[in-house]
Ligand binder design. Structure first.
Ligand SMILES: CC(C)(COP(=O)(O)OP(=O)(O)OC[C@H]1O[C@@H](n2cnc3c(N)ncnc32)[C@H](O)[C@@H]1OP(=O)(O)O)[C@@H](O)C(=O)NCCC(=O)NCCS
Length: 347
């Protein structure tokens, strides 16, 4: 019979070995490179052991549920929560109830439990446990060149035809537009971004606290990817930011707008950041820009700026345990601010 207990430093090697068996060598190696940053330096877990639940059978480790602690703003109050991340059970012990035990242990110990980008098996298990399903996280794409609509699974002639037919539309949405406010590239988030977050938090029904310490950990001190950060400025104050990076995919170059924040009522503000990212994406020779946004108003502004909603496979579950939420909380998610920068999705 397995018991579930907290992670101990001496578990590290056995957990790594299990990770390798379940997720493969490449994923295990990239997890190893992220480990110290992910678990040791998270400002929401200062000086404590990683929040990882371990399933043990005697001396053997047969499963884990690793989490990323965050502060979550839920309708104006701050609740301690965490993103559930790398959950795994040893292949020979799957489908015997261990996963359920791990999910329930995590849930009992956290004020808000959040899961993003689920695998088929964990998605099914969340459904079996009847967790509120609020996903998938909407995905939006802005085409910049005629290569933008290519699909790796289409034959070349079809890709060429689609590119040719859609070229006039792509040219129209991708045309450069002037910016109306000041945007500045920054190296780190200063304390003014904490103030910005505290001003804007009540505008969101659910969002991870985006204070300077969190943002610097997540987007500046991160070891495995390199982001650019643009600050939106008005009257000499920081009133928003965008975090993005350029990457190469099998059918072209993509700029990923990983995270952003403005006042959702400040359409001009987000629109200015969008134009900045357009310009940067063009300079980087990207074929398209991709972003993910849960918030209804942010999505509307993105669509007006030339983004199209496309199919998303990023499943999302959320469960609030320690704050009162109204009956329609999980069905009306228009005021939730969640992006692909959340959890550890962008790896
Ligand atoms: C997800 C995981 C941790 C679940 O652990 P588990 O011990 O197998 O789960 P349980 O036995 O408690 O629950 C089983 C339920 O999970 C779901 N499930 C588990 N594996 C599944 C699979 N391969 N396909 C579909 N559903 C699956 C089903 O709902 C299943 O219920 P059922 O057996 O009545 O059909 C385990 O399958 C795993 O390690 N998967 C590989 C790694 C992974 O995908 N991690 C998630 C990253 S987001």
């Amino acid at each position: 019979m397995a018991e579930i207990t907290a992670y101990r430093p001496e578990d590290r090697r056995a957990v790594e070995a299990l990770y390798r068996r379940v997720f493969g060598n490449d994923a295990a190696e990239s997890s190893r490179l992220r480990w110290e940053w992910q678990y040791g330096r998270n400002p929401n877990n200062p000086g404590r052991e990683p929040e990882i639940w371990i399933a043990r059978e005697g001396k053997a480790i047969v499963g884990q549920y690793a989490t990323m602690p965050v502060q979550v703003s839920v309708r104006g109050s701050e609740v301690r929560g965490s993103w559930g991340m790398d959950v795994m059970v040893a292949p020979e012990r799957q489908r015997q109830g261990l996963g359920e035990l791990l999910f329930r242990t995590w849930d009992r110990h956290v004020g808000v439990a959040l899961g993003l980008g689920l695998s088929e098996s964990s998605h099914r298990l969340f459904q079996k446990l009847r967790w509120p399903e609020v996903g998938p996280l909407p995905c939006l794409v802005k085409p910049l060149t005629r290569r933008a609509l290519r699909r790796p699974n289409w034959p070349l002639p079809l890709n060429r035809l689609v590119s040719a037919v859609t070229l006039p539309i792509v040219k129209l949405v991708a045309r450069p537009r002037p910016m109306s406010a000041e945007v500045r590239l920054i190296q780190r988030f200063d304390a003014s971004f904490t103030t910005l977050w505290e001003t804007l938090a009540p505008k969101f029904d659910l969002a991870v606290r985006r204070d300077a310490a969190y943002l610097n950990w997540k987007y500046v001190d991160v070891p495995h990817v390199r982001y650019s950060i643009a600050a939106l400025r008005r009257d000499d104050r920081n009133v928003g930011y965008a975090v993005y990076r350029h990457l190469r995919e099998p059918r072209g170059r993509v700029t990923l707008l990983a995270d952003f924040l403005t006042d959702p009522d400040d359409e001009g503000g987000l629109d200015t950041l969008i134009r900045w990212v357009d310009r940067e994406a063009r300079l980087a020779d990207s074929d398209k820009i991709r972003t993910f946004a849960m918030h209804g108003e942010f999505r509307r502004i993105l669509r007006r700026a030339g983004y199209f909603v496309v199919k998303s496979t990023v499943e999302f579950v959320a469960k609030v345990n320690t704050a009162e939420v109204p009956a329609d909380f999980y069905t009306n998610t228009e005021r939730w601010h969640v992006t692909i920068g959340d959890s550890d999705q962008d790896r």
